[in-house]
Design a protein around this ligand. Structure first.
Ligand SMILES: [Zn+2]
Length: 472
């Protein structure tokens, strides 16, 4: 079938799988029969979806319940961990419904895939597929689950009509994600996530400085592969536009408009022009909050870079972390005296990103951190990946063994690309990058292989063209 988000389909399926494998399809299970050929599952999805959401996994999978409408799927050794990590699924579902309208897909489950899965998550209807790297043991990385769940409204219920309109899908979803995190884990955590997202956005804007057209929300993709233009722009800049609207008109009016957007466009695919028409009519006609101006939608949608009225996250806790990083780097605060007792993994990530490391001080400072906190042994993949990125960037050799094991075991593109790029940028790292890639490549997913081949291998090794909607 044609792969365009503007097309919507329903389907049914009959899947035969040999014991002990079980098929999990992003659809409703109608029946399961055991016959001479093994188990036969019948699936159907009566709600229309764009074809990129058609998904099937088969494996030795077991399920566990997390609530009346929610649950997890994983290989037997991971089921208990997944259930504990995602115990807030039911609360996330209920809170999103209360604010933005009913969940229209029946059940909501999360399937934990093997570590080769190239993305954080994929929002397949009724069953999100996720990387096992978010099983941190303390629910600290479940913003990703909030994100995929939010796609049940923005993206799956109301889809982008073309890939130019991807921001309608991802920007709305990041906005909902942070509202879910706020409702379940508090405003401070949501603001910290927003501040880290702003850093990601600024990093991508800097990387695209030579291609300002690619930093436009309603980006021009004529003649290009949408995957080649993929960045955090539609996610984080799109989020900032919705937050700007909330800031101008207040949360009650904005929430009402958003709930209407989902209700009135349910099971359709929409272009950016419809966003402009609808929000002009429904929200921009409402009274502004005191001291606010009407955001210029046209400017937001067509200008490159960050707009002057882009809202700022309020995360004072992170300012203290940045101060601590600077003081540590100047030698004023020893590692052991850093106020880390109250730091969440997000504080640690911000700390590592904020360290003013240079060629002359990096190895000594990383040595001190390693001795005090053993960050290379962290069970939190976001912290670990940030640590290994610093190690690769600054040629910190004590991390060599952990770095290699990480690159061989994990296939999540978001982690791998920057680490390989950092290795390739140093004379000692370059041969190591090629050596490790030769070992690791066979176990990577074809999408990860294709991205990394562009950096590391001759084009003759390139895999097939991928067709997907990635989520970081
Ligand atoms: Zn997404």
């Amino acid at each position: 079938m044609q792969d365009s988000p503007g097309i919507r389909i329903t389907f049914d399926a009959r899947v035969r799988s040999p014991a002990p494998t079980v098929p999990v399809m992003a659809a409703e299970t109608l029946s399961v029969e055991t016959g001479p050929e093994g188990q036969v599952h019948r699936f159907a999805l009566d709600h229309s979806i764009p074809p990129y959401l058609l998904a099937l996994a088969v494996g030795r999978l077991e399920s566990a319940s997390t609530g009346p409408r929610t649950g997890v799927w994983a290989e037997p050794s991971l089921v208990a961990r997944a259930r504990a990590e995602f115990a807030d699924l039911e609360a996330m579902l209920t809170t999103t419904e209360q604010q933005f309208g009913p969940y229209r897909w029946g059940r909501y489950e999360v399937l934990v895939l093997p570590p080769a899965f190239p993305f954080g998550g994929m929002e397949n209807p009724r069953v999100t597929f996720v990387t096992p790297t978010i099983l941190a043991g303390d629910r600290s990385l479940v913003a990703l689950i909030a994100h995929e769940l939010a796609h049940s409204w923005s993206g799956n219920l109301v889809s982008n009509a073309t890939w130019r309109d991807l921001w309608l899908n991802e920007g709305f979803t990041v906005y909902l994600e942070r509202r879910i995190v706020e409702a379940i884990y508090g405003a401070e955590r949501a603001e910290i996530e927003a501040a880290l997202g702003r850093q990601d956005l600024e990093r991508d804007l800097a990387a695209l400085a030579e291609h300002p057209g690619d930093t436009v929300l309603h980006v021009d993709l004529a003649g290009r592969d949408p995957d080649d233009v993929f960045s955090d722009i539609p996610y984080e800049k799109g989020y900032l536009l919705l937050r700007r609207l909330e800031q101008a008109f207040g949360r009650p009016a904005f929430d009402l408009a958003l709930a209407r957007w989902f209700a009135e466009h349910a099971f359709t695919s929409q272009p950016t022009a419809e966003f402009t028409r609808f929000f002009r009519e429904v929200l921009l006609t409402q009274p502004l909050l005191p001291g606010q101006n009407t955001p210029d939608l046209e400017l937001w949608l067509t200008s490159p870079g960050l707009l002057p009225d882009a809202p700022q996250a309020r995360a004072p806790g992170l300012d203290a972390v940045a101060t601590a990083a600077a003081s540590f780097a100047r030698g004023e605060t020893p590692a052991k005296k850093l106020p880390t007792r109250t730091w969440s993994p997000q504080h640690w990530i911000y700390f590592l990103r904020s360290l003013p490391l240079t060629a002359s001080n990096a190895v000594a400072l990383l040595d001190q951190l390693d001795a005090a906190f053993q960050l290379g042994a962290s069970s939190n993949y976001e912290v670990l990946a940030q640590w290994l990125l610093l190690a690769a960037t600054h040629d910190y050799r004590p991390a060599d063994a952990r770095l290699e094991r990480f690159l061989v075991e994990v296939g999540r593109r978001k982690y791998l690309t920057p680490i390989y790029e950092a290795l390739l940028a140093s004379p000692t790292g370059q041969p190591r990058a090629h050596e490790i890639y030769a070992k690791a490549r066979p176990a990577y997913h074809p999408i990860t292989q294709r991205s990394l081949d562009a950096l590391l291998a001759p084009p003759t090794l390139a895999g097939p063209e991928p067709i997907h909607l990635p989520d970081r």
